[in-house]
Every structure is written in structure tokens, then in C-alpha cells.
Design a protein around this ligand. Sequence first.
Ligand code: ZN
Length: 220
Amino acid sequence: MNSLTEENYLKALFSLADDKGEVGVNELSKRLDIKMPTVNSMMKKLAEKKLVFYESYKPLRLTDKGRREAGLIIRKHRLTEMFLVEKMGFGWEEVHEIAEQVEHIQSAAFFDKMDVLLGYPKVDPHGSPIPDKNGKLVWRQYQKLSQSKAGETLVLAAVLDSTTEFLTYLNSRELRLGLKIKIKAVEPFDGSMTVSYGKHTALVLSSTVTERLLVEPAGT
Ligand SMILES: [Zn+2]
């Protein structure tokens, strides 16, 4: 069994991994806001548990076991978020911090029951995939709204930022998953977009916003 702190390291390693699965110690230290020596000693500990490959001056990499365990924590987190929205009536902007706490409950039966009650959902309320029971996570091919062009019509599929601040902003603009968005114009100077959707005929979204929205072509 891993401690809450160890679980948070595993999750950070999982989410920071590049295409080769590697993470710099520096990067990990920044993400967790923990000093390098502390991070290094935790990595030694996780290496002893066979959860991470750790050598001085080399990037970190999760072992298969480490990746599986990280995936299972993310599974608990995302199932919880779905449960809070679907069964308890929370808004999607309210659930992340609660799930950060609930994800550390050890009982697998607790989360299996949640999964059943929810009807085995594949994504969480923010559109992120829920890893399977083996901790395996597969993203669908989405693009960022910021990479789309004027004239395209897209469906909002997921958000890359699930902080209360960002989701409250989306709520205030009535932007939610499944919405069809048409790009009317893109400002070359700063990438801001004029879009239309629902009853909004011309709303401007900054690139700070469009970089955090994942979309897929309408009609797929
Ligand atoms: Zn979350």
C-alpha cells in the first residue's frame, strides 16, 4: 500500500510524462512545489518499491507497475467526479478538489460500486477518459480549439483545465461539453476567436481559453 504522498507523486509522474514516458526531476519538483532533495529521496523510495526507474541525473520513468497504480488513482478520481455530478448534483466546477481527497480511499469495492451505479462511464465530467480496472488510459484523438480554423464547426469534447476558476468562466459563457461551436473568425494578432453557438452569435474567446478546450469535428 502506498501513502497519500506517494500516490500524489505517482499521479504527477503519470501526467507529466512525455511521449517516451520520461519526466525531469526538476519538472516534478516544480509541479509538486517540493524541493529537489525531498523529491530525490522520495524517488529512491519509489524505486525500491519498483514503481519508478530512478538513476542520478537521468529522467524519471514509471515502471509498468507504477503506471498501473497511477492509472488506478486517476480512475478513482474521475469516477468520483462523475459520481458527484451525476448522482449528487454537484456542478462540474465543484468536483475536482473533493475528488482529490476521495481518490485516496483504498477500498476497491467502494469504487467498483460507484462504477456500477454510474453504468460504467468512459469519461469524467470534464471529458477526460476514465482508466479501466487495469489502470489503462486511452485518450481519443482530439485537437485544441486554438488549432482550428475559421469556418470550421466543432464539438466541444473535453477541457484541459478543471479548476473552479476556468469552469466557472465556461459556465458564465454557457460553454459545456457536447456543444457545437462554429468559428467565425480568428484574429491573427493574438489568436483570439470569434465563435457562435447556441444563442450566442458572436462571442470572442481569448487564446488562453481556446488552448484549454479540446474539440472534434462535428458529425463524428
Ligand atoms: Zn479532477
